[in-house]
Design a protein around this ligand. Sequence first.
Ligand code: ATP
Ligand code: MG
Ligand code: MG
Length: 682
Amino acid sequence: ATGRPTNFIRNIIEEDLAQGANLPRYWCGHPAPYSEQLQKGAPDVAKIRTRFPPEPNGYLHIGHAKSICLNFGLARDYGGYCHMRFDDTNPVKEDQEYVDGILDSVRWLGFDWKHEKETNLYFASSYFEYMYLFAEHLIKTGYAYVDEQSADEMRENRGTLKEPGKNSPYRNRSVEENLRLFREMRDGKHAEGSMVLRAKIDMASPNINLRDPAIYRIRFAEHHATGDKWCIYPMYTFAHPIEDSLENITHSICTLEFEDQRAFYDWALERIIPVLRTPQFEEAKALIAAMAEGKDERAMRFVEEAYAARAKLGQSEPETKLKALFEGWSQARPASLEDADAKAFFALLTAHPENFTPLMQAALGFVRKNFFLLSHQYEFNRLSLTYVVVSKRKLIQLVKDGYVDGWDDPRMPTIVGLRRRGYTPESLQHFAERCGVSKVSGGWIDYSVLEASLREDLESRAERRMTVMKPLKLIIDNYPEGASEELVADNHPQKPEMGTRKITFSRELWIEETDFAEVPPKGFRRLTIPADGSPAKPVRLRYAYVIVPTSVDKDENGKVVAVHAQYLPETKSGTEGSVSVKTKATIHWLDAKTAVPAEIRVYDRLFCKPNPEEGEGSFLENLTPNSKVVLRSYVEPSTAAAAPDTKFQFERTGYFVADREDHSSEHPVFNLSVGLKDSWGK
Ligand code: ATP
Ligand code: MG
Ligand code: MG
């Protein structure tokens, strides 16, 4: 439907949109940013909402680019929204520098969180108050307890895949005691590591993530946004469903390692959603505040009554009856939980205690579909790219220990590094699309696929230039000394609309060292002077004349320092005579009088093993030696004059970019972006 390659997530969304399922009917409670938007007018409901939730503990890498293109791309293609959200729930490693860097990278990649009606930039840390209240709510409803086992004991008692875990001795504390201890944790009365809040689920669950996971821990650390306001912080697994739910995220897309966490995600939402979803924000806030005090009856009813009745409840009540009940309820709009239908629902539950589980499931399913939005998690395969590492921890190490020249070193797989390398947003978007989205983990994308995406993009866009990477002097002995002429070169041979430029020609030129061979390898067609005295083969100088090499000058070590040649004046490019002499090779050159010296940084892949992390040793042992080589080269004056970040194809060599940081027309600096063809290993 979008003209883009489809995948299982697109299929799910298209189905949801077709059925109107899992989209918010009502705009429900949301912290400040939305409440402001509510005042400006009704926000867009019934639209898909995705989110991109990085932790601001490093710069984004190519794996994140896949996630950004996926999440923002879905919102763009299906007319929805993608929320830019910082998952800043861990105070220890986060920093404002990373927040700014991440925003910059997302914008550069071509996406925006600002829209006419909404600005969707959020920080998980702004929900700490809510997370805390939900944690108390779980305690009050018997679904969380404070555990004082040591970390080792907890690990020990968690059990294994084959063996169930053991209940903590603290598992059956009273609600009052749990509340008191949790509040003491919040008030800084207990030491780091001395206790945690755990969800009370099932220590025998086959899914180890459901064996009473920790949801809050003590950390006396300064948070980049909330300072020292908190000394307890929610675990990511608890925070995430809450963040999604508060923002009305419809499709919460994460990588496959989180598949086993989905059960907890759903568990948590089903327990807090009745509190979360009330029609008006202010009312929701009041409810939550009241709940925190433990005195709001309305809010507690849906939750406590139903769940506290659990023990008494059991078997089968016709689903149709329940459905009819909920239909009535949903049509009446959930103005409040006082609703008569809600009461009827609880009456039904109490009258048929044997039927609690199926009833609750049906009810929640109905609510999810028709009433409130319940965020859903979907998992896709993360990107693994050969010859790089995409773990923030390892990237930080490369930067901090000086293996590269910073986060934006052109060898880095970071977005800022790729940008400096000359990658374009379009090439990365295209690459992300090409990688595909699936449920199959463990696949590697070859680095050459990334390079091919850039090459394809630049092929039609980059102007051509002649550049001599490793210069060797060429002297045209029969060209008049002091003379000079102007020639015209195409900026793009296949695209005349990209125009032409003037280049100059004179007696002394620079050519590529490798275009002359004293002892030519077999099949060499460029400049060489046969040892047997037979005539040398003519070679064309691009946009200029055919030349024939005649002799060389050598230094005291026998190294060739200049090649002498005769030019054939009648063979000038663009004239009738240009075809009068057949040549088997065309080489590029620069006029030594006008060529501008330039620094060219030639980069190799950062790692020399497809999987740098494989094997016993550190990944650092697999760094490519000398992956950065700096050449003293020559460029055309028009190349030197280009603005930073301009991309060129240096003919016969590759694509290059004027370095964003260091290039100026006085001191030109170019980075190799990618070679003309895949020459890796050849
Ligand atoms: P790292 O392991 O490098 O620290 P992370 O997954 O912890 O990465 P986050 O900042 O939490 O980093 O990631 C933000 C989003 O980017 C997450 O939704 C995550 O799923 C996604 N993401 C991270 N790495 C990849 C990857 N290699 N491929 C696809 N998506 C990724
Ligand atoms: Mg993370
Ligand atoms: Mg990670």
